[in-house]
Design a binder for this molecule. Structure first.
Ligand SMILES: [Zn+2]
Length: 84
């Protein structure tokens, strides 16, 4: 189950959102809070799309392979319920 926690080492981000955020064109506290993205499967793989800029961020072509995907999620217990 360890693989279901956040292990992202290099986030994939929208270059235009970085530019907007860096120039202070946002009241969001973080770039992560500013970005709005869609992620989904395409005919050939997976696409990450910027909702703010209506622009492609990244396309990953599976090149015919069918990588394993795990759609389960883990929710951390609150500290109060850990004591119970
Ligand atoms: Zn963007």
């Amino acid at each position: 189950m360890e693989h279901l926690f956040n292990h992202i080492k290099e986030p994939i981000v929208c270059a235009r959102c970085i530019e907007d955020f860096g120039q202070g064109h946002s009241d969001a506290a973080s770039l992560r809070g500013y970005m709005r993205i869609d992620v989904g499967f395409t005919e050939t793989g997976l696409q990450i799309w910027c909702q703010r800029h209506e622009a492609n961020i990244c396309v990953i072509d599976f090149e015919g392979a069918q990588p394993t995907a795990d759609f389960r999620s883990l929710i951390k217990k609150s500290s109060s319920s850990d004591k119970a």
